[in-house]
Design a protein around this ligand. Structure first.
Ligand SMILES: [Zn+2]
Ligand SMILES: [Zn+2]
Length: 383
């Protein structure tokens, strides 16, 4: 409970309380207004976080609504921050930049030439989103996205290694104006939206895959059970109906009618049960932005000339010395997660392989960055 106690202590401090540690594993809080009213506490309150409580303490834990109540005190504070990362030593020199690039770049239909490598500041954007999926069960989680706004790259791998570093390093450096200027402008809202939306959807889907799989298994099991049960009833009723065929007495007529009504009732009940299942397993997913960090990091910036037929184009790829990783190349179409890229003839767009694939309808290959909505030859819209 140490972490929860530290968190609560910090929040209450920010809210103007005097907080003191008491044994075992507790806090003594002198709470001012409006905190007292918000939490429904007296002026002096003791909180306990362990299995054993200090005398007269209220038990605080992860269960119940404690986290929501402390979270409400934070409101929007801490949702957005800026930070500059400082290298512990001098910028490492890259001895064989061509080789590094060779690993990072895979351009099956183009050639590249290294134009230059220089130190630079990259403006990286780290965004956290909370998703909640509710069907017969509930699943919540956090998804982190990372972009380098200077190169356009998706930096998930870099981010995965950066986050523990950021958490371990308690030194919080506010970006200098010079660094901010050197790193270039941030993305505008339309660019941000266009980049975040598809990647977020993809990542949340990936995160929810195990949850969806077990949900589908439960759904199949319930559906089979319902089907088996009603199928048995249905078979019995049909058999009885068949045995009544061929007799034309008044009694047999009545019995037949009764069986037919029974069969109709079984069918109705079966369909109602399926509707219940559908409602019970309907999936609702909500995603909300939780936190953002604009991170200014020192990088070695590679300028690379990409050539295709008679055209050429300069792209940037950053090597991140803090985690010793090369980013994937930028991508004008697709999520940009893999390293392989194809280059289009007309405008030298750099896309994922699928961005230059043949039209499923007429078979002509075309660039999805040039023509994002439909095939330029047969006009077949992209599904
Ligand atoms: Zn076509
Ligand atoms: Zn193109």
């Amino acid at each position: 409970m140490g972490e929860l106690r530290d968190f609560v202590s910090d929040v209450l401090n920010i809210e103007g309380s005097a907080v003191e540690a008491v044994e075992p594993d507790g806090l003594e809080v002198l709470a001012p207004e409006p905190l007292r009213t918000a939490m429904g506490w007296p002026e002096l309150v003791r909180l306990g976080f362990g299995a054993e409580l200090p005398a007269g303490a209220m038990a605080v834990g992860f269960e119940g609504d404690w986290l929501d109540r402390f979270g409400a005190l934070l409101r929007d504070r801490g949702r957005w921050a800026e930070r500059q990362l400082v290298l512990p030593g001098p910028m490492p020199r890259i001895t064989d930049p061509e080789r590094l690039l060779d690993h990072a770049l895979d351009l099956p239909n183009a050639i590249w030439r290294l134009h230059g490598v220089s130190t630079a500041w990259a403006r990286c954007l780290l965004l956290a989103f909370r998703y909640t999926a509710v069907s017969d069960e509930k699943r919540e989680g956090l998804v982190w996205l990372g972009f380098n706004q200077g190169t356009g790259a998706v930096i998930d791998d870099v981010l995965a290694r950066l986050r523990p570093l950021l958490a371990a390093d308690t030194e919080w450096q506010v970006p200098d104006p010079d660094v901010r200027h050197a790193a270039g402008p941030a993305w505008d809202a339309p660019t941000l939206e266009a980049r975040v939306r598809p990647l977020l959807k993809h990542r949340v889907r990936l995160e929810m895959e195990p949850f969806l799989r077990t949900m589908r298994r439960r759904l199949d099991r319930d559906r089979n059970r319902i089907h088996e049960y009603h199928n048995d009833l249905h078979l019995v009723a049909q058999k009885r109906l068949a045995s009544l065929a061929g007799t034309s007495s008044e009694k047999a007529k009545g019995d037949r009618k009764r069986e037919m009504l029974r069969i109709a009732a079984i069918e109705r009940e079966y369909s109602a049960k399926l509707d219940d299942l559908r409602r019970n397993y309907a999936l609702r997913v909500t995603i909300e932005w939780a936190q953002g960090l604009e991170l200014f990091v020192p990088v070695q910036r590679f300028e690379v000339l990409v050539k295709r037929r008679k055209g050429e184009r300069l792209i940037r790829i950053d090597w991140h010395p803090t985690v010793r990783l090369m980013e994937p190349p930028p991508s004008d179409w697709g999520l940009g997660l893999e390293r392989s890229r194809l280059v289009c003839d007309d405008h030298l767009h750099i896309t994922e392989a699928a961005g230059q694939s043949p039209c499923p309808s007429c078979g002509r290959a075309w660039c999805r960055a040039c023509h994002p909505t439909a095939c330029p030859r047969c006009r077949q819209a992209i599904a």
